[in-house]
Design a protein around this ligand. Structure first.
Ligand code: WT7
Length: 657
């Protein structure tokens, strides 16, 4: 493993010799929500710790037991009842905080909206009434395919309010991908918009919904927010405008209580097969986990802070740290619709300055993009309101960490590198600002109440200075409750590699102090710009094209996106030999993948090759292809059926732009 590179291109060996330490500033430590002793307290009685966190929420009925654990199925706060949307909105209004801003929203073209908690309450109530008028009942699933709008948050909370689990599909996914998700969870209602603004232009969403619904006959209603004013096709009887239906509803709605284990949402994520997994999250434990971690890791002071998770609501980061965690804590957040370079590369720093953002949470890939653009775009902007920075989505390389600290954080803000997954629901491994002396590139230690370990192949805990697999050894409140409709796959994917532990799919290392460094996925899952994409899913899309015979996809390290998708493809017909036909086909294949999955899954490179390297038993050697794609010295190739194949592929790669 020693000569492998981590995203950003630094070698693993260099990473492990990282000696820099950053002590929490004394003034930060003195005022921090998390005080020393919290780890010991939680370790002494883990369930009591989580119970105390749950007590910060409003329950209509208290739980009887904190945890029922029948491996691998957990129930948290058993017997407890609550309403998630009441916790996120109504209780703050009832406490006299109705005029507090929930969201400073900014559209890409520069339009702005200020949504207070009282505004949000009215919007959520209206949307809940509208969904009920469309016949949505507790337990029905609703698909949401939206840009970043206040209505997106209202739609999610309205679903939560009436007990209808939502599945938010990222707007960058294709019609095919949307259809697959709608079918899998049998959603009958879809909430969307005509479009949203991306890179300075309106980008349609409704057309993808129309296309998807051709293969989703069970969908009876489509609720459409007008955002861009684009022309849209309209199916009478099925399609209804948000402003016609929702905005005419009463602004109050009586919320019911739901069981702590009532399904809250399903979030689809890529696994090692072609079919995405519907990760199920429930209500009481999830809200406890995300609100507690939001408060402790980001040191939230709701009266003062302006919090900005610069991620899309369509990913779990947006669910947990734009919507549920911050709102449960009564936080003021910033929400921005568009891209960071529209109209110019200082857009984010304008936003930080304008709203006096105090806490910024984003992904390493974005930080590396800003590094590439240069620090001149930050200069001249007053970033002194910032007091804490967060990172999520992939390992952060020390160089990006140091740049973030220096140029964004002004050398004064602690950085929290937060490791978690769609499946974990909320943050699991992270420094606590005010307590932890941080190391550039390390996620450090499991949070209070979380139990993790690094183990070898046999499941033995590795010593300090050793690498292995990351496992979670005790259930936690935000954990997934299963894969929608597939309990067997749930057991198989997460609980079979090591019989009693949750296998995360990540490699990790304990340093000499016992602190944890995440090293990336150990399965066939790529991490491209912090987005999880399965190699199998891209291969599946490629072989679906009539010209493709076989495809092998690998994630190769990339200086900006962490990993980039590189596809090796054998083709049928003339494109195999004719270079100009080959170039045309490569373009066609990239578009084909975008259509099947979404633009985020477009390969960086597609190499047409007459053959793929296979073992004598016929297995494609992806590891070797990764070495080729990363221009690494190749190891032992003698187990290959035809060892000359790799040289030939290497030459092809050198000729491919
Ligand atoms: C995978 C989960 C968590 C929300 C966004 C991604 C990688 C995530 C870190 C980090 C190293 C990280 C892991 C993980 N990952 N955060 N701080 N350091 N790796 O959610 O799409 O479910 O992906 O992202 O490989 O397994 P996701």
């Amino acid at each position: 493993m020693a000569d492998e590179t981590v995203p950003g291109g630094e070698s693993l060996a260099a990473l492990l010799h990282e000696q820099r330490r950053f002590e929490p500033p004394a003034a930060f430590a003195a005022q921090a929500n998390a005080q020393p002793g919290i780890y010991e307290e939680a370790a002494a009685d883990r369930l009591r710790f989580w119970e105390q966190q749950a007590e910060r929420l409003e329950w209509g009925q208290r739980w009887e037991r904190v945890l029922d654990w029948e491996l691998p199925f957990a129930k948290w706060f058993v017997g407890g009842k609550l309403n998630v949307s009441v916790n996120c909105v109504d209780r703050h209004v009832a406490a006299g905080l109705g005029e507090r801003v929930a969201f400073h929203w900014e559209g890409e073209p520069g339009d702005t909206r200020t949504i207070t908690y009282a505004d949000l309450q009215r919007m959520v109530c209206q949307a809940a009434n509208a969904l009920e008028s469309l016949g949505v009942r507790a337990g029905d699933t609703v698909a949401i395919y939206m840009p970043m709008l206040p209505e997106t948050v209202a739609a999610m909370l309205a679903c939560a309010r009436i007990g209808a689990p939502h599945t938010v599909v990222f707007g960058g996914f294709s019609a095919e991908a949307l259809a697959g998700r709608i079918q899998d969870c049998d959603a009958r209602v879809v909430i969307t918009a005509d479009g949203g603004y991306r890179r300075g232009a309106p980008s349609g969403l409704k057309p993808a919904v129309d296309e998807a619904l051709q293969s989703c006959p069970n969908v009876r209603s489509v609720l459409v927010v007008r955002r861009t004013g684009q022309d849209v096709a309209w199916q009478e009887g099925r399609d209804v405008w948000w402003h016609d239906l929702v905005e005419r509803q009463p602004t109050t709605h009586e919320a019911q209580l739901f069981d702590a284990e009532h399904p809250l949402y399903i979030m689809y994520t890529s696994g090692t097969t072609a079919k995405p997994k519907g990760i199920l999250h429930t209500s009481g434990g999830y809200l406890t986990h995300v609100s507690a971690t939001h408060r402790l890791v980001f040191d939230i002071k709701p009266e003062q802070d302006v919090f900005w998770t610069a991620a899309d609501i369509g990913w779990v980061t947006g669910h947990s740290y734009i919507v549920y965690g911050p709102l449960a804590n009564g936080t003021t957040s910033v929400m921005y619709e568009g891209t960071p370079d529209t109209p110019a590369r200082d857009r984010w720093w304008q936003i930080v300055e304008r709203y006096k953002v105090t806490i910024l949470y984003t992904a390493p890939t974005t930080i590396r993009t800003f590094m590439k653009w240069g620090e001149q775009h930050l200069e001249g902007h007053d970033l002194s309101s910032l007091r804490l920075l967060g990172s999520v989505g992939e390992p952060i390389n020390p160089e990006a960490w140091m740049w973030y600290r220096r140029h964004v954080g002004g050398e004064r803000c602690p950085i929290v590198d937060t490791w978690w997954q769609t499946e974990t629901g909320g943050i699991m491994i992270s420094p606590l600002p005010g307590i932890t002396a941080t190391k550039p590139g390390a996620a450090m230690r499991p949070l209070p109440g979380i139990s993790a370990d690094v183990v070898d192949d046999q499941g033995r805990s590795v010593g300090n200075g050793q690498g292995g697999y990351l496992v979670l050894t005790e259930p936690w409140p935000g954990m997934l409750r299963g894969i929608w409709g597939d309990p067997e796959r749930y057991r198989q994917t997460y609980w079979s590699r090591f019989p009693n532990w949750y296998f995360a799919g990540d490699g990790a290392k304990r340093d000499e102090d016992g602190d944890i460094w995440l090293l990336g996925r150990v399965d066939d899952v790529m991490n491209v710009s912090g987005h999880r994409i399965s190699t199998t899913e891209v291969e599946h899309a490629l072989v679906g094209h009539p010209a493709v015979a076989e495809a092998a996809v690998v994630g190769a390290s990339d200086p900006t996106t962490g990993q980039a998708i590189v596809a090796f493809v054998t083709v049928k017909g003339e494109a195999a030999d004719d270079p100009s036909a080959g170039a045309v086909l490569v373009g066609e294949l990239r578009n084909h993948v975008a259509k099947e999955i979404g633009p985020i899954a477009k390969p960086r490179q597609i190499i047409l090759t007459p053959e793929l390297p296979k073992t004598r038993s016929g297995k494609i050697m992806r590891r070797l292809l990764r070495d080729v794609a990363e221009h690494r010295e190749l190891g032992d190739v003698t187990t290959l059926m035809d060892p000359t194949v790799v040289n030939m592929i290497g030459e092809k790669l050198a000729q491919t732009p």
